[in-house]
Design a protein around this ligand. Sequence first.
Ligand code: PXP
Length: 239
Amino acid sequence: MALLSVNVDHIATIREARGIDEPDPVLVAGMAELAGAEGIICHLRRDRRHVKDRDLSLLRKTVKTKLNLEMAPVKELVDIALTIKPDVVTLVPERREELTTEGGLEVAGNKEEYKRVTGKLKEAGISVSFFIDPNPDQIKESLSAGADIIEINTREYSEARSESDISRQFEKVKEAAKLASKLKLRVCAGHGLNYVNIKRFSSIPEIEEYSIGHSIIARTVMVGIDQAVREMVKLVSQF
Ligand code: PXP
């Protein structure tokens, strides 16, 4: 049985659209846990465009399942992780101009640095996950850099449009999951997964957890708009 971890970055993005204090990703995280999420994920970006340090501190105090901090492997954020001590740190590459994480880590080219960061985090009792593309070399390099977990980047799969490309990208993810599992790495997957394209994954038992944000927050709007409008209509209709 695979588990779901919910990424709450988009709740913070909506809040930041107004620069006020709602909606609060911390409250939404609690609600996601009540609905059965087995983990909460947030990405503390260097530019703090959505999740803030305040959110991370409060999430650490309130998340009862598992807190997974996505971050670039840079000193400022490593120091924060060592202080906050999330259950898991997922190392991701980060480009300032990107809308969302674009690709996986390039482990081979940065191996010594990633090894050092991973060692520090693990020493503090934090599990370390590497977000990587479904590529055998990246998997082997992640293992040798000390990763406990790999998160397979499903972006290319989720963006594929023709049936042949979808199948090709899916097979890459499947092969990557099998190899990682054989090497005794724990396997997660995420990026661009939604209520339709996740269905194929029933054939990859090696993936123990899915990291999903956008499609769940988009669904929140769709399934929540009816009640939200009804409540406001009722209020104004009393005037
Ligand atoms: N995994 C990683 C490493 C990510 O950066 C993201 C996006 O924040 C996700 C998973 C979730 O992707 P999505 O929001 O498309 O579900």
